[in-house]
Design a protein around this ligand. Structure first.
Ligand SMILES: C[S@@+](CC[C@H](N)C(=O)[O-])C[C@H]1O[C@@H](n2cnc3c(N)ncnc32)[C@H](O)[C@@H]1O
Length: 329
């Protein structure tokens, strides 16, 4: 029984023993096969995570990164809706449960009761094992498709799943999530195509009556010209020894790029603007690239701006801006 709180560290500790007994080259091979599969043409018509070694490799290699990406999205949602907390949560395509760990960590004082749905039984089995004593979760086999019928829930998370679905299943899932939930958080890789899937999901959620809580400052059209750029963010993740084995190099961390949308059916206070690139710091000034109420903008904050300059120096990619500039209603 693992009685630790759900955090990046306790997840890492739970993952640490996972590859014991699996020869290192087998783990590295399994990761390489998964990476090749995920780079290839998806969706597939059967689970990619086929057996225990696939799932162990996936979990050890990817869970810390997807955990951090989902935490980034949830932290932005919490900032926009500080008084809201989900009592129930459904993690669709939840796999080994990274997003469920992130949800339990984000509302750690009173984590919601979670239901993890996935079609890969080995992933559910491992997720259940890792989360034993940490998450209040039920792990259930379920295929995502037009027949998906979600029970009503406060929060639905869909983390790194849309890419694995056909266009029709993607739309069916987002529409069903919008019907069943009060808040929906969708996370995808921070690539141009990941961003496009997020924008398509965002449109469906708005059409269903949702308000965008984050990252956007509004629920209007995205100001990015299609094909010209893509909205994405970055989360720092400590690298495990398996990472170093597969990817080589000795860096102690890597940056996980992700795109997301968090949308809700209740009043929220989105950021006035969001920082959409790593801030550039020069002598005596900070350059910020922002998405704001009037679209994309650049702001230069200098020493002359007083306390705002200090805040700009501390500001990070993905933060809301200005830090205390929220129009509370
Ligand atoms: C890349 S993994 C992401 C897992 C987890 N959400 C995370 O963030 O770590 C994609 C998950 O979606 C599941 N999945 C893909 N297509 C599915 C389908 N049609 N029905 C149910 N689950 C599906 C896979 O089995 C896998 O667990």
């Amino acid at each position: 029984m693992n009685a630790s709180a759900p955090s990046a560290d306790s997840l890492r500790a739970a993952l640490a023993g996972l590859l014991d007994g699996l020869p290192p080259h087998r783990a590295a091979q399994a990761v390489e096969r998964l990476i090749a599969t995920y780079r290839g043409t998806t969706p597939t018509d059967a689970p990619v995570l086929r057996d225990r070694s696939d799932v162990a490799a996936y979990a050890a290699y990817r869970m810390p990164a997807t955990f951090e990406a989902v935490r980034g999205a949830l932290d932005a949602l919490r900032e926009a809706a500080p008084d809201w907390a989900p009592r129930t949560h459904t993690d669709v395509g939840g796999g080994t449960g990274a997003a469920s760990w992130a949800v339990a960590g984000a509302w750690e004082e009173e984590p919601p009761r979670t239901t993890v749905l996935d079609w890969a039984e080995p992933a559910l089995a491992l997720g259940r094992e890792l989360a034993d004593g940490v998450l209040d979760a039920e792990w259930r086999r379920e295929r995502i498709g037009s027949a998906l019928d979600l029970a009503d829930t406060d929060l639905v998370t869909v983390s790194y799943v849309l890419k694995e679905l056909t266009g029709a299943d993607r739309a069916a899932l987002v529409t069903e999530a919008a019907r069943a939930a009060r808040a929906v958080v969708i996370v995808e890789p921070g690539t141009p195509d990941g961003y496009e899937r997020i924008i398509a999901a965002r449109t469906l959620l708005i059409d269903a009556g949702f308000t965008v809580a984050a990252p956007c400052p509004h629920s209007g059209a995205c100001p990015i010209v299609p094909g010209a750029d893509w909205c994405h963010f970055s989360a720092r993740v400590s690298r495990s020894s398996l990472h170093r084995k597969v990817k080589g190099g000795s860096l102690a961390y890597e940056d996980e790029k992700y795109a997301y949308v968090a949308a809700v059916r209740f009043p929220v206070t989105p950021a006035t603007s969001r920082i959409t690139r790593r801030p550039q710091t020069r002598k005596g000034l900070v350059l910020l690239e922002l998405c704001g109420p009037d679209g994309l903008a650049r702001e230069t904050v200098t020493k002359r701006h007083g306390p705002l300059y200090k805040q700009a120096r501390d500001a990070e990619w993905g933060d809301s801006w200005p830090p205390e500039g929220r129009d509370r209603d």
